[in-house]
Design a binder for this molecule. Structure first.
Ligand SMILES: [Zn+2]
Length: 853
């Protein structure tokens, strides 16, 4: 698409106005046209008939659509044909954030989350493991094999914080930890607390599972951050010594073939290369990228090739041949970030084409509305296209962050706003939901629907997510701006300022806005001296209608390129730009291929995705539906959740009908009740309760649940990720191997006898029970129980129910037993775990005695 042509067409359509509204840019219109031919996953919902309006439009409006379509075509051309823009991000240190949205969160991050995470790393043993390594101890290692990586991410976050907020006490704390690391580093440069303490002599023996290269990558990122923040070299020296050693081990013959089971080191080596100028680090990143897919892990683990499926590790095909996003979501997106960096330097057309294919597959078929990726707990990753369940959505916080990192690199590579759109969606929704309002509780898993049982935790046995959020928030400004030789790009609208150099001229940009609550953005441009360059303002993909003014006057020759509104002129100190992005509350529909969202719409306003949370509703969230015509109203609520814009309207209420003994009834008329939606990222900060992003547009199908729904579930033993309430939540499994968001299990107990108990407030009469057993053979240690039985409470005694049937034990089906009716206030499901294994149960249902006349 040629910009002259756009310009002429724009003028003909009459887009220039004398008033301040100058440009209407139809990014959504583009998306609408696009979705007729390809497969956009989400789009604004339009009333019936609106989709067919194109032919009836008068000629100028039709031309506007033509313009919009042409622009879209330009933006969606095959990436390989696109020139590489190769923008430079404006470093976060040059960006000041002074707004009402991010600034308070970043302050909470600095004063609460970062110290809290360092304290948790001490309690959990991450720092102590490093001390053990420094003391040459061979006992006492605690935690999983990747403990070092969480420490490094926390050090990275703390370093970014130091860069913008000097803090001598924090700096001293980091220096002390870095001194421990220096002492733990081996003479040849190797540094990994697990292999030093727990498995000395076995380094590099299990690249697939043991995360040495992954940990090294996080160390390099942290070391670069620390050096940039403090100017000190102690940490950077540790990192370069380690990188030099890794470089001496891995590479083309005579060095070893190998690459990490969990990618990350690739993108980190690029950072180390940029920080040190040492080209070998780039070449090593390139080696890891270009060799991936040679099925090294099959060789390493003596797996016959015909039995090897490396897709979980993105090792099933040569890196050039990936057709779609696959496997573990964080690994996939970190890998693609590294590939993007390498391809950006080498210009390798095969890699660029692969990235384009996989990116489109990710965002057109495999991304949640909240910006995250990876629907399945089973592999912490991808399943099949359009599989985006809501209640069991995994959407790991780290995966959303990894997606933002990849999108940011593509945004820099191509200078195309659609990638920055993805950064925005991820940051304002799926990343931010990862941390509580007070900064000390975190989500690992981010479902889009909850029955009220999913809550943030202070920490995790696998603590990858908390420090990933803290490092993202601490360096957030780095996502906002970018420069090329002749342009300054504004990707995120955040009140504050930025210092950038455009074509050699220092430019200060001041931004005033109440984004994301308001679409008005005022920018003041102040170059050191008069300078000609283009200010490129991203028109977000969600925006139907944008207008702009420069110095309160109409802009001549408005141009939109690759989703950016281009203001190319000579700038002088004090020039002002006013951008206005229309930001109505809207309903969003999902591609009908997304089964979970069929018959549902979500609410979005600007970049913010909304949800209903139980504590704002007068009726159960599960019974509410949102009629298509019900108006939605946005209003700022300063006292709520740090001051959010809420969306209110009227919902319909599906009335409870008693179906006990009837097969058909007159349908109950709907009641109408007030509805209030809050930003998705802010849920689970108040009273615990149900939550939903996608709302039915008709009366919802209610879960059929029996007496168990009214019982309180307790377990003989539950570790911190076993959820007793999963046993009676009514979510029916499709298979024993499925991993639901709330799973009841007795892991890590093995071979013991355990129980689950239902307790009712009033006695119930029951005559049967059914269990659906959990079994994660192939990835975990839960198996079908050796045996089970039902007991009932009689006074203070537990007695077996009387049955002539066997208690069946089988995978992938309900295992049912009938027994002589008992009246009781509590039942127990007694389970004998198999030797050397644990067990779990998806659902346990009980059959009520039907003895009414
Ligand atoms: Zn994580």
């Amino acid at each position: 698409m040629n910009s002259d042509w756009i310009h002429r067409l724009t003028q003909w359509v009459g887009l220039e106005r004398d008033a301040q509204a100058v440009v209407r840019v139809g990014r959504t219109l583009r998306a609408r046209r696009e979705c007729k031919t390809t497969l956009n996953i989400y789009e604004p919902w339009l009333p019936t008939g609106a989709h067919n309006g194109v032919r009836a439009l008068p000629s100028k409006a039709a031309a506007l659509l033509l313009l919009a379509g042409a622009l879209w075509h330009g933006a969606s051309a095959d990436a390989v044909d696109q020139p590489l823009a190769k923008l430079q991000a404006v470093p976060f240190k040059e960006v000041t954030i002074q707004d009402s949205f991010w600034a308070p969160r970043r302050e909470t991050n600095r004063i609460a989350s970062i110290p809290f995470s360092l304290q948790k790393l001490e309690e959990a043993g991450n720092i102590e493991d490093m001390r053990l390594a420094a003391r040459h101890a061979t006992k006492g290692f605690r935690g999983p094999v990747f403990m070092d990586s969480d420490l490094y991410k926390a050090l990275e976050a703390a370093s970014y914080s130091l860069a913008t907020h000097p803090d001598p006490a924090l700096e001293k704390q980091l220096d002390d930890i870095i001194a421990i690391m220096a002492a733990a580093q081996q003479p040849d440069g190797y540094l990994n607390s697990y292999y030093t303490v727990k498995e000395p002599g076995k380094r590099w023996t299990n690249l697939r599972d043991c995360h040495e290269l992954y940990c090294a990558g996080h160390m390099f990122e942290a070391a670069v951050a620390h050096h940039q923040a403090t100017g000190k070299t102690a940490f950077l020296n540790i990192a370069t010594r380690y990188a030099d050693y890794i470089d001496s081990v891995f590479g083309p013959p005579p060095k070893r073939l190998g690459y990490p089971g969990h990618p990350e080191i690739e993108l980190a080596l690029i950072k180390l290369w940029r920080a040190t100028g040492n080209q070998r680090y780039f070449e090593l990143a390139r080696f890891f990228v270009e060799n991936r897919g040679r099925k090294f892990f099959a060789t390493e683990h003596h797996t016959p090739l015909d039995k090897y499926d490396g897709s979980y590790f993105q090792d099933d095909v040569p890196i050039y041949d990936h057709q779609n996003i696959k496997g573990h979501a964080v690994r996939a997106a970190y890998l693609m970030s590294g590939v993007t960096e390498v391809a950006s330097q080498t210009g390798d057309q095969r890699l660029l084409a692969m990235l384009d294919r996989v990116w489109r597959n990710t965002t057109e078929r495999n991304q949640y509305l909240t910006g995250g990726i990876g629907p399945s707990a089973h592999n912490e990753g991808f399943t099949v296209d359009y599989d985006l369940p809501n209640q069991s959505a995994y959407q790991e916080t780290c995966a959303t962050i990894a997606l933002a990192q990849w999108a940011h690199r593509l945004a820099l590579l191509y200078g195309d706003a659609r990638y920055a759109d993805a950064v925005e969606r991820a940051l304002y929704n799926g990343m931010l939901s990862g941390v509580s309002q007070d900064g000390t509780k975190f989500f690992y898993v981010n479902p889009l629907e909850s029955a009220g049982t999913h809550h943030r935790s202070p920490w995790f046995g696998c603590a990858c997510c908390p420090p990933n959020v803290t490092r993202t928030l601490a360096a957030l400004g780095g996502y906002a701006y970018a420069v090329s030789a002749d342009s300054l790009y504004v990707n995120l609208y955040i009140q504050g300022s930025a210092q950038a150099k455009v074509g050699g001229t220092p430019v200060t940009l001041k931004v005033k806005t109440d984004y994301p609550w308001d679409g008005k953005v005022a920018l003041e441009v102040a170059p050191a001296s008069r300078a000609k360059f283009a200010l490129r303002l991203r028109v977000p993909g969600w925006c139907h209608n944008a207008s702009v003014a420069v110095n309160h006057r109409a802009v001549k020759a408005p141009v939109v390129e690759r989703g950016y509104l281009v203001l190319d002129r000579e700038w002088k100190r004090g020039d002002r730009v006013e951008l206005e992005l229309a930001m109505p509350a809207e309903r969003v529909a999902a591609n009908p291929r997304v089964k979970a969202d069929q018959g549902h719409l979500a609410i979005q306003r600007g970049p913010i995705v909304y949800c209903l949370e139980q504590c704002d509703q007068s009726e159960p969230v599960s019974a509410l539906w949102l009629p298509l015509e019900a108006p939605l109203k946005a209003a700022r609520e300063p006292g709520l959740l740090d001051g959010v814009v809420t969306i209110t309207g009227e919902a319909s209420l599906a009335r409870d009908q008693n179906w006990r003994r009837s097969l058909y009834q007159t349908a109950a008329p709907a009641d109408h009740v007030a509805l209030k939606a809050i930003p998705y990222y802010a849920w689970d900060n108040r009273k615990p309760g149900a939550m939903k992003v996608w709302l039915p547009v008709a009366p919802p199908v209610t879960l059929v649940r029996g007496l168990e729904a009214q019982a309180k579930a307790t377990l003989s033993f539950a570790n911190d990720n076993s959820q007793p309430q999963g046993i009676n939540d009514g979510v029916e499994p499709k298979s024993s191997g499925e991993q639901p968001s709330a799973l009841c299990h007795w892991w890590p107990h093995q071979g013991t006898e355990e129980w689950a108990q239902y307790t009712w407030k009033k006695p119930v009469q029951v005559s049967g029970a059914r269990a659906y057993w959990f079994d994660d053979t192939g990835r975990g240690n839960c198996r079908l129980p050796a045996s089970w039985r039902i007991e009932y409470r009689d006074g203070s005694d537990w007695k077996p129910v009387t049955t002539t049937e066997n208690y069946p034990v089988a995978k992938d089906q309900w295992c049912a037993v009938r027994f002589a009716p008992v009246k009781t206030s509590a039942l127990r499901l007694r389970v004998q775990l198999p030797p050397n294994f644990a067990s779990g149960v998806h659902e346990w249902k009980v059959d009520e005695v039907d003895d009414e006349p």
